[in-house]
Design a protein around this ligand. Sequence first.
Ligand SMILES: Cc1cc2nc3c(=O)[nH]c(=O)nc-3n(C[C@H](O)[C@H](O)[C@H](O)COP(=O)(O)OP(=O)(O)OC[C@H]3O[C@@H](n4cnc5c(N)ncnc54)[C@H](O)[C@@H]3O)c2cc1C
Length: 403
Amino acid sequence: MSTTLNILIIGAGIGGLSAALAFQRLGHHVRIVERVKEIRPVGAAISLWPNGVKVMNQLGLGDTLAQQSGFVDHMRYLSFEGTPLTEFSLNPLFQQVTQRTYPISRFALQKTLFDEVGAEFIDLGRACVDFSSEDDGVTATFDDGSTLLADLLIVADGTHSRLRSKVVGHPVERQYVGYVNWNVRIPAELGLAPSAHWDQYVGENKRVSLMPMGTGGNSEGIEELYCFFDVPLPIGTPNDPATYRQELKQHFAHWAEPVQALIDRFDPALMARVEIHDIPPLESLTSDRVALLGDAAHGMAPDLGQGACQAMEDAWVLARAVQDELENLAASTKVALSLALKNYNLARVHRVGEIVLRARKRAGLIHGEVREKTQAWYDELAIEDGQSILDGIKQTVLAGPFG
Ligand SMILES: Cc1cc2nc3c(=O)[nH]c(=O)nc-3n(C[C@H](O)[C@H](O)[C@H](O)COP(=O)(O)OP(=O)(O)OC[C@H]3O[C@@H](n4cnc5c(N)ncnc54)[C@H](O)[C@@H]3O)c2cc1C
């Protein structure tokens, strides 16, 4: 029988909650400490690509998330004026990787994870300010002066991570990717996109996206679309919900009718606005008894839809690496953890670093970092049959822990 560990997790985002569940499923004691008093996810929805869904399946949440998510099996690109550029089925991809994608409400996903972990294992309204690793464990210190001792500390405190620099041993600066994203949900019944289609309007180095996101399990059973607007802008432009509609009207003047209808009808109170940042790939994700996970480890541009999926992969790989060493080794917990963290780092550091760089490149292409390249991409879309897009997604999915 293997040892039961005390695992302390900082942050109850998608990454921290997925890690908690992965360790709980293996029988370990888990405590999450979260800075905010109430979990209120910022942003409308995310797309869980099959590699993320496969982790959720292993954690026993597949059926619940399938019910809450939207159904999409076609991808369509249109010019900003509404001319279809390319349209293709996602079904060959889903068949090859044996899993469909789940576009899902952030609120629903985080609530499902939270409830599954159990509120009794999550301390809200308490921020971690420091940690120190010793021979017999790792001690975290909190803003109320309290401390907690654990066998393993998982730092899942997001892109603004306060603890990341200490884990990697040097300051890490977030980098602005060069564009602003506004995202919102809107009732699907408005008919702004054909059912089961992910529509993306592209032009003028900007993008508008509409994707079915299901009901999120809402009691009224109302199907919604997850919509976002991307605009390349200098960093630090004003962020005032009262002017969102007017700004978007200016940025997207003369765009196609569904885009105009979306701008006229969205509810600014439901909208999130984010200046997109990433962090450069880290050379290591671990230090003694500590693992970085999720955006704290690899904050990335959302242009591949992989941030949360990679956090889920991290969670699974870390829990398995720890369990394998505990089961395989007749040595001390300290040695087992040290080997497990080494294996976690080996398995993850290049995988996530490569995706961070690829997401940044894709962000540059979509948002006119080099205008000629973006124009060439628009031209290519008009003759694209979807194969290269599907191949890119397939490679990312198949390189995950479940192939
Ligand atoms: C516009 C946009 C679209 C995206 N679309 C997708 C998509 O389609 N697919 C996809 O897979 N990913 C997507 N992502 C990425 C995804 O949202 C993130 O990768 C994911 O939410 C990261 O989860 P996390 O748990 O690592 O971090 P977070 O969700 O940021 O959670 C960190 C938690 O730590 C808490 N915390 C911070 N500091 C402390 C502290 N000192 N002590 C205690 N608690 C602390 C925070 O309050 C927070 O709750 C998108 C991101 C953006 C911005």
